[in-house]
Design a protein around this ligand. Structure first.
Ligand code: SF4
Length: 369
């Protein structure tokens, strides 16, 4: 079931101009509106003081500027990860996270929001809490962008409080579509959100600051390669042979590695963006020396990056994270084969930052008499 609410953030730039003109106003009013929404982070039409009062009133009658309601929030002990459970207008819930990364020698300080794109998920990955919750519906562009606006307001307010210590900076620097749901299974809505994120009329985020993560929907990867905005692509790989990947990521039965890997190679050829392969290491499942060689062989001579992730210990009881010595041994084999990789430390483990965990607990508690 699709959402039916009339949220102004759901509208594309063209649709917004049409709305403004249907209200008898010149098109430039649409630009003013967008400046208030994305530049000033307004939460009501009433705040838009350089719009005529009559227009503000007409807008309030024709549309809403509803934000998402936070119903639960957790902050990790190191204060670098904040996870929020949002209630949508129809009462359903989704999760998002804000992750803070300090500047390092090679990269700038980042404030990354991880957004959900669906309520639940149809993909059924065996290690994922969301995958076990079933699918309820797709999110609208406004619901996707609303998650980012929430964190922008939050960080913006904190920055304002600390203005004397540090000059104001962009509140959110990166967006990753890696939360609940398979983004490419909600293609149109996700793409409209990407266009708004990237647009100078929207958040003005560079294409390199936007990452779409997929379990490997091959036709949609090929479609993405043909879009005019070349976003970063991440593939949740987790196994380098079809037999194991069929178990961990069941959609592999439909789009096996022999189809997925060429689509990723072509993505690089068409966009110049190096795909990233996410590989969560689970002890005794996919972390052996042989499996590392298998992965190295699969990605041979491919311009790509591998993210090795030590599994989240609270994600699913039958999947135990690999010990760090196995992760390091795995990485060495990749490195000896000329494959670039990084070890990603799971952020926010202490606050159940794995996809769908906070929502699982909320659902369990809500149904407890
Ligand atoms: S890992 Fe992603 S695609 Fe797989 S079930 Fe979880 S949310 Fe869906």
């Amino acid at each position: 079931m699709e959402t039916t609410h009339n949220n102004i953030i759901d509208l594309s730039y063209t649709q917004l101009k049409e709305l403004v003109s249907s209200l008898g106003e010149p098109a430039y009013r649409a630009d003013q509106l967008l400046w208030w929404i994305y530049g000033k982070l307004a939460t009501s039409f009433e705040e838009m003081t350089d719009l005529p009062q009559s227009l503000r009133q007409k807008l309030a009658e024709a549309a809403s500027l509803s934000g998402l309601t936070s119903v639960d929030e957790k902050i990790s002990a190191d204060e670098q990860t904040r996870k929020v459970l949002f209630r949508l207008d129809d009462g359903r819930t989704i999760e998002s996270s804000l992750m803070l990364y300090a500047a390092t020698g090679s990269s700038r300080e980042r404030r990354t929001v991880c957004v959900s794109t669906q309520v639940g998920c149809t993909m059924g990955c065996s290690f994922c809490a969301t995958g076990q919750q079933g699918f309820e519906r797709n999110l609208s562009p406004g619901e996707i962008i609303g998650q980012i606006l929430y964190f922008m307001r939050l960080v913006g307010a904190e920055q304002k409080n600390n203005e004397e210590q540090a000059p104001a900076r962009r509140p959110v620097t990166n967006v990753v579509f890696m939360g609940m749901g398979e983004p490419l299974a909600n293609y149109e809505k996700v793409w409209q959100a990407v266009v708004t994120l990237n647009s100078k009329h929207g958040l003005g985020l560079g294409a390199r600051q936007i990452t779409i993560s997929t379990v490997g929907l091959v036709p949609q990867i090929r479609r993405l390669a043909g879009e005019s905005i070349h976003v970063e692509l991440a593939i949740s790989l987790h196994a380098a042979n079809d037999a194991l990947r069929n178990k961990l990521v069941p959609v592999n039965k439909k789009y096996p590695l022999s189809h997925l890997i060429p689509a990723c190679r072509d993505y690089f050829k068409k966009t110049g963006r190096r795909p990233t392969f996410e590989y969560v290491l689970f002890q005794g499942v996919n972390d052996s020396v042989n499996q590392a060689h298998e992965l190295a062989h699969l990605l041979e001579r491919m311009n790509c990056q591998v993210n090795l992730i030590a599994g989240n210990p609270t994600a699913c009881k039958e999947f135990t994270p690999s010990p760090m010595k196995m992760v390091l041994a795995f990485q060495k084999i990749l490195s000896d084969s000329g494959i670039s990789s990084t070890i990603r430390v799971s952020k926010g483990v202490d606050i159940e930052a794995g996809c769908g965990q906070l929502r699982s607990r909320w659902i369990a508690n809500s149904s407890t008499p």
